[in-house]
Design a protein. Structure first.
Length: 294
């Protein structure tokens, strides 16, 4: 009987409820596994008592990144951690988009402004997005027109003061037409896909809480989306060791029908949206049980 930890975090004002978690715990127990939902920062947990720890909803990690990465490394020594700590470390910093671009994967064009870089490089001729390299749920993300320079510079200054590196991207207009598609992979194969609308509305302050998945619905990926997703995954260090992955895509500059580009590659704690895809539960369970057996 495999012993499996599904790793989550403590509830809090900035944390949404993980609806996938009870479904997975129940489904794993139904096939005879021992499954517990446990918090990553619970110091009473003996990780070595599990055959596998699967990261599920550690949704506070983006603002506790150093602490979380240190924990992942420790946990990965005491048990098998999925995804592996090294992958988690690589994926926790969105500078990986630059690496994907260098490997020839189409990504949303991105510039990075680290603390000390100042605000001189903000675009003056197009709408743009400022967001942190360590982020989730659109936390600390906002869009600006060139005449909102001072507000954007204020966001940059606060992020830099708090030690965050900022990313500056053109606002991808295609997202208002065709939305953002999330292609979910589990056990090395496409599991299912979903589509959602644009999150950033004009004038919404960066530090307000956003609706993270507006208008979420099931989606059938196009061949072009699948091809870009597979190229992105092939470029991940230690790609064969991935248990799960989510590739978020938007249509490039030319709007709907343009080349899909990677907005985000989620290898840490992807929301699986199982309530939209109940038929996917057995495949997730099979992949987790197989991973626990090593
Ligand atoms: N360059 C962009 N153009 C248009 N919308 C964007 C852009 N960057 C982010 N967004 C919006 O903000 C949301 C959150 O950004 P994302 O990069 O996915 O970070 P995270 O989901 O980790 O917070 C996206 O789902 C998208 O709706
Ligand atoms: Mg995202």
């Amino acid at each position: 009987m495999p012993r499996i930890a599904l790793v989550t975090c403590r509830p809090g004002p900035e944390i949404s409820v993980d609806r996938d978690l009870p479904v997975l715990v129940g489904a794993l127990r139904e096939v005879g596994a021992e499954a517990d939902a446990v918090c990553w920062d619970d110091e009473t947990v003996d990780w070595s008592g599990y055959d596998l720890a699967v990261l599920r909803s550690t949704w506070d990690y983006s603002w506790r990144a150093a602490e979380f990465l240190a924990w992942a490394e420790r946990c990965g020594k005491e048990t098998r951690l999925a995804n592996p700590a090294e992958v988690v470390r690589w994926n926790a910093d969105k500078r990986y988009l630059g690496e994907l671009a260098a490997a020839g994967v189409p990504v949303v064009p991105t510039r990075y402004l680290a603390p000390g870089d100042g605000a001189d490089g903000l675009p003056v001729d197009h709408e743009y997005v400022v967001k942190p390299t360590s982020g989730a749920g659109a936390r600390f993300a906002a869009r600006y027109t060139p005449d909102e320079h001072d507000t954007a510079a204020g966001q940059l200054a606060r992020m830099h003061a708090e030690g965050f590196t900022a990313m500056v991207q053109p606002y991808v207009k295609g997202i208002d037409v065709s939305g953002e598609r999330a292609l979910q992979f589990y056990g090395g194969r496409l599991l299912h896909a979903s589509r959602k609308g644009a999150v950033l509305t004009p004038g919404t302050p960066y530090d307000s809480r956003k609706v993270a998945h507006p208008g979420l619905e099931p989606w059938t990926p196009t061949p072009a989306e699948l091809a870009v997703a597979e190229r992105a995954l092939a470029a991940v260090p230690r790609a064969p060791e991935l248990l799960y992955a989510r590739v978020d895509l938007v249509d490039g500059e030319d709007g709907a029908g343009g080349e899909p580009r990677v907005m985000e590659l989620e290898l840490v704690e992807p929301n699986l949206f199982l309530s939209l895809h109940t038929g996917s539960v057995p495949r997730v369970v099979d992949a987790i049980v197989a991973a626990a057996a090593g």
